[in-house]
Design a binder for this molecule. Sequence first.
Ligand code: HEM
Ligand code: NAG
Ligand code: NAG
Ligand code: NAG
Length: 338
Amino acid sequence: MAASMDGRLVLLTCLLVAPLLLAGGVHGHPWGGLFPQFYDHSCPQAKEIVKSIVAQAVARETRMAASLVRLHFHDCFVQGCDASILLDNSTGIVSEKGSNPNRNSARGFEVIDEIKVALEHACPGTVSCADILALAARDSTLLVGGPYWDVPLGRRDSLGASIQGSNNDIPAPNNTLPTIITKFRRQGLDVVDVVALSGAHTIGLSRCTSFRQRLYNQTGNGMADFTLDASYAAHLRQGCPRSGGDDNLFPLDLATPTKFDNYYFKNLLVGKGLLSSDEVLLTKSAETAALVKAYAADVNFFFQHFAQSMVKMGNVSPLTGAQGEVRKNCRRLNGNHY
Ligand code: HEM
Ligand SMILES: *[C@@H]1O[C@H](CO)[C@@H](O)[C@H](O)[C@H]1NC(C)=O
Ligand SMILES: *[C@@H]1O[C@H](CO)[C@@H](O)[C@H](O)[C@H]1NC(C)=O
Ligand SMILES: *[C@@H]1O[C@H](CO)[C@@H](O)[C@H](O)[C@H]1NC(C)=O
């Protein structure tokens, strides 16, 4: 009798405690405290909800897939993947949305809001905005033909933003290759991550202002970037004049602009990378050039590395446990009711 009582007690305790452990984070896990099953008990519908709203948004506008992938990147490079990029201006917060890399450029915030509203309805106060960004980036990639990966989850949301971090830590399109590599290294990311993740430029658009320098005055001697294919440069000049037209849009991958594939790397091989930061991967280092050639030759090799590097980027300095908070509205702190 006593033995059977004990057995039931043990069973009961396990049933009660196991979900708490799963929801609260388990130590010794391979992804720095994050793991894909984080919401399996606390919000089992979370992944489906994100996926369906991302799918609707991408069906409305294909470019949204690219914009959502980029949001996760611009989040992770500034004080870690903590949804700091989503905060609007308010008392004590200068929004990262106004930084050089993000101003008139970062987009997709309304889609994240839509996902957050649906998740707050299904599981109030449970799924972080930082995890929404990570899941939306994965779902977006898959929707336009890219690879799938399991997204480690359990990030919490920041209590602040850093516009200086956004200005300084996110690479600029006219940075040299050593500067780009240094900015990735600062995040714990290596040269393979630089090349594989740059492959995200297989989708999406860039404004004229982000590559104009290449067309007219690359090194300050009044000459175009000689690594840029001449006829492609002539085509670009038509829509990107010396002055004006700053916001005119061009595909980052001119061959297959809306499909996640390896044409971005094939373009680099023929001088048709749009940004200077793209073309330098081929022209400025043997190590990065070898990766460009390998990804151009084998799309599955690129997909494998891209998926691995996205998980790595998604694990940059997450807030976990009792750090930060789970925002109810991704645009503001829970304590902020202005
Ligand atoms: C290696 C350094 C990188 C530089 C210098 C860079 C720079 C840029 C620039 C200048 C644009 C165009 C912005 C505009 O004109 O509005 C852009 C777009 C984009 N970037 Fe990057 N990027 C880099 C790495 C990455 C990474 C790591 C990812 C994601 C994993 C990424 C994803 C994207 C996407 C998807 C777009 C298109 C966004 C849209 O159409 O809304 N980029 N990037
Ligand atoms: C936030 O406020 C600052 C001034 O305090 C302003 O320069 C910036 O444009 C604002 N950012 C956004 C995204 O509205
Ligand atoms: C890079 O572009 C920025 C913004 O257009 C400009 O201020 C800066 O001088 C450029 N840097 C180089 C090295 O060309
Ligand atoms: C090219 O850039 C340099 C340095 O930024 C500047 O001094 C020069 O006037 C520019 N030349 C042209 C033709 O725009």
